[in-house]
Design a binder for this molecule. Structure first.
Ligand code: HSE
Length: 337
């Protein structure tokens, strides 16, 4: 486990509280053999005591304070390289400039024969086509359900439930923070700055909220969808991006008079774009608060919209769990054929 923030810890709590059920229902008995946080690592090939790891983080600020298993001297790359493990859960913070350090973590995991489940949008937005090739080359799986829609199975819906059909286009609200801001401006007639402060207090916004408000977070998610569900070999450079800073209270009130609202919508059509868009209040995409909503238009099945929370630690951890189970099932299927 690389990263021991809210997502990693939430996953550990799920492992602890649902241990018997996961074993019984899925034959899944996860053993976390290493955890890396900002100040070092803890390693035990027999499996770390997760209760202890959670309390160490709370009380000492790092898992590396664990006397017997603590390794304050070890970097994440050293750990990924040297520890024996089947998979790396890469839940380090997103960096959309150069994807690092997540990008190197993922590549090192592949190189050393480990599957990767990540929630990190940076490496994927910049290099998803190359990373999927590299995973194939190394005969390992790369999964990233939690990067789009947090716990809402946006990627799986398109990939699995619409299997066999042909997707024509996709459009959606992919960023909870901006949706919250725009909804609050519409409902409460408050300013952009007041709404942003509220979103930060509620913890939806990225550490650097420009990622959210300038549309980069939504664009990263659009790129992930385009690659994974529509086989487009694109990166964030291929997206026309416009954020919500210039949306005024007046724009929103003018839209409201026409029965419309303004949302930050990402579209995968002929081209890829993210921009503030006026839509009817009756459009299925007109969801409020920090919700995400994505409409898929497919050739035979028509239009469907999936709506759900697009941010949150435990929600995102539920997607990581789904990915781990998916990898486990894929491996089992392969062994049977
Ligand atoms: N900052 C993101 C959002 C978090 O507001 O949607 C989830 O990716």
């Amino acid at each position: 486990m690389v990263g021991w923030g809210v997502v990693g810890q939430s996953l550990a709590k799920i492992f602890l509280s649902r241990k018997r059920e996961l074993a019984k229902k899925y034959g899944f008995r996860p053993r976390i053999v290493a955890i890396v946080d900002k100040k070092g690592a803890a390693i035990n090939q027999k499996g770390l005591d997760l209760e202890l790891m959670l309390s160490l983080k709370k009380e000492k600020g790092t898992v590396s304070a664990s006397g017997q298993y603590g390794r304050p001297d070890m970097s994440a790359l050293d750990v990924i390289e040297s520890v024996e493990a089947e998979a790396v859960v890469e839940v380090s913070p997103t960096n959309i400039e150069d994807g690092e350090p997540g990008l190197s973590y993922i590549k090192t995991a592949f190189r050393t024969g480990k599957h990767v489940v990540t929630t990190n949008k940076g490496p994927l937005a910049l290099a998803l086509p190359a990373l999927t090739e590299l995973a194939d080359h190394n005969k390992v799986y790369l999964r990233f359900s939690g990067t789009v829609g947090a716990g809402t199975p946006v990627l799986e819906f398109a990939k699995n439930c619409l299997q066999g059909d042909r997707l024509v286009s996709v459009k959606g609200i992919l960023n909870g923070t901006t949706n919250y801001i725009l909804s609050e401006m519409d409902e409460k007639h408050i300013t952009f700055d007041e709404a942003l402060t509220a979103a930060q207090k509620l913890g939806f916004a990225e550490a650097d909220p420009t990622m959210d408000v300038d549309g980069y977070d939504a664009a990263a998610k659009l790129v992930i969808m385009a690659n994974w569900i529509m086989d487009r070999k694109v990166t964030i450079k291929d997206v026309n991006i416009k954020g919500i800073r210039e949306v005024s209270a007046q724009n929103i009130q003018d839209a409201a008079k026409k029965g419309c609202t303004i949302k930050l919508i990402g579209v995968i059509g002929e081209t890829l774009k993210v921009e503030p868009t006026q839509i009817s209040k009756h459009d299925p995409l007109a969801v409020d608060g920090a919700l995400n909503a994505v409409t898929f238009v497919s050739e035979s099945a028509g239009e469907q919209t999936i709506i759900g929370l697009g941010a949150g630690g435990v929600e995102t951890a539920s997607a990581v769990l789904r990915d781990l189970l998916d990898i486990k099932q894929n491996i089992a299927n392969k062994m049977m054929t």
